[in-house]
Design a protein around this ligand. Structure first.
Ligand code: ATR
Length: 278
């Protein structure tokens, strides 16, 4: 009997995940026969859930909050971008059954900015807000675009300084606190704090944004996040949230699993239409 390749996303909570919708759209569009489901996995069940998934025709997994750092520790091999991120959002089950851990978040963000929103990162002055896992995951792919400079500002200043130092070999990176940003403006401001999730905003000085700035919240919601509202009030040229990044990181994962690139534009449009309805 021919078996169907099985894929899934593990997370906790997972009921609002758009990943099954996105990957099923990709599979349909590219004529790939596979299944993709969302599985609620609390961290303490991760090992058991992974073993069970692999024993039942599991070919690949996505991991989301709060499992990315845990998944990182469980891989047999890691891609370079996963090693830098210290987090895994995509697991590829290789032909010999070993697990390759990848991280497609950073490339997903850069693809959304560059391809979907025509934002130039090369030579740009870029600011990342936050110095946690989300920030770590995007620094490598951003630095690969050769920006003029990258600032990382965080509530806990020492974490921003440490992260800047860790990536110092990739170019000019400055770690600082929010107060230190007074008097500076940036071409691109990326919100990688988890403040949006509780509808909060980091304490930001007023003059960060100029009339051509692009502001991007890595989080997304059905209505404008606190950061997107702030960006609009500051007069930023582009005020974006992470819906496109979500689809692009999924497309990169799909490519790693199936060696075929889906058309992301159609899926982004479908998700935009879905959230307008609420
Ligand atoms: P994630 O994996 O989503 O990045 P994380 O590693 O817990 O989650 O990091 C959360 C980030 O959001 C941190 O940079 C945190 O700042 P601290 O390092 O000072 O804790 C930041 N953050 C969360 N809530 C915030 C808030 N209300 N204002 C400013 N920064 C906030």
């Amino acid at each position: 009997m021919m078996s169907i390749d099985r894929y899934a996303v593990f997370g906790h909570p997972i009921n609002h995940s758009q990943s099954p919708f996105i990957h099923r759209c990709f599979a349909k569009q590219t004529g790939q026969t596979l299944t993709y489901e969302a599985i609620d996995v609390p961290p303490e069940n991760f090992d058991r859930a992974l073993a069970d998934f692999l024993a039942h025709k599991g070919r690949g997994l996505n991991c989301t909050v709060p499992l990315k750092e845990l998944a990182f520790q469980k891989m047999d091999q890691l891609t370079e971008r996963a090693r830098f991120s210290k987090a895994v959002n995509t697991i590829i089950v290789q032909l010999d059954g070993t697990l390759l851990g990848d991280n497609t978040d950073g490339v997903g963000l850069v693809t959304d900015l560059v391809n979907n929103h025509q934002v130039t990162l090369h030579n740009a002055r870029i600011l990342i807000l936050g110095a946690g896992g989300a920030a770590r995951g995007i620094i490598g792919p951003i630095m690969a675009q050769l920006p003029a400079s990258l600032y990382i500002a965080n509530r806990t200043v020492s974490k921003a300084e440490k992260l800047a130092l860790e990536f110092a070999q990739t170019g000019s990176i400055i770690g600082c606190g929010f107060d230190d940003l007074a008097g500076f403006s940036f071409d691109i401001i990326l919100n990688a704090t988890s403040a949006s999730l509780s509808n909060q905003l980091p304490p930001l000085p007023d003059d960060l944004v100029h009339s051509a700035s692009c502001c991007y919240d890595l989080a997304y919601a059905n209505t404008a996040t606190a950061f997107v509202k702030w960006a609009k009030a500051q007069g930023a040229a582009q005020c974006l949230d992470g819906l496109g990044m979500l689809v692009e990181q999924a497309a990169e994962a799909f490519y790693q699993w199936r060696q075929i690139r889906p058309d992301t534009q159609k899926v982004i449009a479908q998700l935009e239409a879905k959230r307008k309805i609420g």
